[in-house]
Design a protein around this ligand. Structure first.
Ligand code: PEP
Ligand code: MN
Length: 278
């Protein structure tokens, strides 16, 4: 579909109608979008215990993260695997955020959880499997908190933008897009991280876009090179899964990086950021 046709269907998120970048302001100088400094969202796939989320919070903060992530409701492919601790975990996440000064991000799976989660999270995450859960998007559109919208695993750029438009339609224009890899014929990585979409999104939309190299590759050792590549092509930030003992993680251990690896990723990314003047 041509960019012209695009814009007609997305009057709220298209750059054609809103040339200036959307900047989401979290206070205290913390902003996402525009030409602000890079955002780092880090944390475990799932919130496993209160002690662990506290430990991870302190360590990712020390290494430059501004946001702590962690799933309380997990959209697992296999039904017999750990599904998350639910609201209890959100309490731990909130405490970890308060203790460290990190803003917190967690996935909302269900329309029925939107109001409850409002008191715990700073940013609602919509997972890839829910990118076209339109009732959820509409409900989040009525909220005042920012929404981190992950690209569906087989969503086109247009479908991704239309999903964002659903949120914006309700009045919530604080939307962060997130590329997390798509399904292709390739079998060597969990997903195919589509970095093409970053400059394309910058061209077609004013919304910030971040990249998740963890789900995008499925492999811890690939997180650093793809984080650097993401920043080089204009991403506003990164979402990275971190766990002190990846082999023991209750979910997504293969792609989770240790604190030491996070330090290396941050160092690599800083070099690139300087080059691209971020
Ligand atoms: C996650 O962030 O842990 C997650 C489930 O991601 P996605 O929705 O991209 O698969
Ligand atoms: Mn995960």
């Amino acid at each position: 579909m041509s960019p012209q046709k695009h814009s007609e269907n997305i009057p709220l998120v298209s750059r054609e109608y809103h040339p200036n970048d959307t900047v989401i302001d979290f206070g205290n100088g913390l902003k996402i979008g525009g030409n602000q400094s890079l955002t780092l969202i880090a944390g475990p796939c799932a919130i496993e215990t209160e002690e662990l989320i506290m430990d991870i919070a302190a360590h990712v903060k020390q290494r430059g993260a501004q946001f702590l992530r962690g799933g309380a409701f997990k959209a697992r492919t296999a039904p017999h695997t750990f599904q998350g601790h639910g609201e209890e975990a959100l309490k731990w996440l909130k405490r970890a955020g308060e203790k460290t000064g990190l803003k917190v991000v967690s996935e909302v799976l269900d329309t029925q959880h939107v109001d409850m989660m409002e008191e715990y999270v700073d940013v609602y995450q919509v997972g890839a499997r829910n990118m076209q859960h339109f009732e959820l998007l509409k409900k989040l559109g009525k909220k005042k908190k920012p929404v981190l919208l992950k690209r569906g695993m087989s969503a086109t750029l247009e479908e991704f933008l239309l999903a964002a438009e659903y949120i914006a339609q309700g009045g919530n224009d604080q939307i962060i897009l997130c590329e997390r890899g798509i399904r292709t014929f390739n079998t060597y990585s969990r997903n195919t991280l589509d970095l093409n979409i970053v400059p394309w999104m910058k061209k077609l939309s004013h919304l910030p876009i971040i990249v998740d190299p963890s789900h995008g590759t499925g492999a811890a050792e690939m997180v650093k090179p793809m984080s650097m590549a993401a920043v080089a092509c204009g991403a506003d930030g990164l979402l990275i899964e971190v766990h002190p003992q990846p082999a023991e993680a209750w979910s997504d251990g293969d792609q989770s990086i240790t604190y030491e690896m996070l330090e290396e990723v941050v160092a690599g990314v800083r070099g690139i950021a300087k080059t691209v003047r971020r």
